[in-house]
Design a protein. Structure first.
Length: 148
């Protein structure tokens, strides 16, 4: 398994965009649209998990999340692991690779939003806020300090 941190110039960009559009998760379709619209600027990236030629998952490393007016940055978002690869701590590997990248560009913390219960706490994230999302659910804002 390999994790690649991509810009739109990466050779897998269009392949990942197509995969996200077809993955069956509504956030995947939004990610595909964002990739098509050149939404990722500056240090923002898309991380992809591959096993040889197979795409196994992805996430985003972004300035702002879908909930407006939050005073937090940067975010790890749209974390997706294919069903056939779940249960192998690949989500944790994606989080760690994303945080390593964020550390390399000067950040000492990472945020994410989720409504999952007791999922991100096991990776050292803690809830620092709760916000109503545009899709009508309350989401928790998680924070993790990035260690050396």
């Amino acid at each position: 398994m390999e994790i690649k941190i991509m810009t739109e110039r990466h050779e897998l960009w269009d392949t990942v965009r197509a995969y996200a559009a077809e993955c069956g998760w509504s956030s995947g379709k939004i990610l595909a649209e964002d990739m098509c619209r050149h939404r990722f600027t500056d240090w923002e990236r898309v991380a992809v998990l591959t096993d040889g030629e197979e795409i196994c998952g992805y996430c985003t490393i972004i300035k702002e999340e879908a909930i407006p007016d939050m005073p937090y940055t940067p975010f790890i978002g749209t974390l997706f692991i294919a069903e056939s690869h779940r249960g192998n701590r690949l989500g944790e590997r994606m989080l760690l690779a994303s945080m390593d990248y964020l550390k390399s560009v000067g950040f000492d913390r990472a945020y994410l939003i989720s409504d999952h219960v007791n999922l991100y706490e096991k990776y050292g994230f803690r809830v620092v806020d709760k916000r109503m999302a545009p899709w009508g659910r309350e989401e928790k804002v998680y924070l993790k300090e990035i260690q050396d």
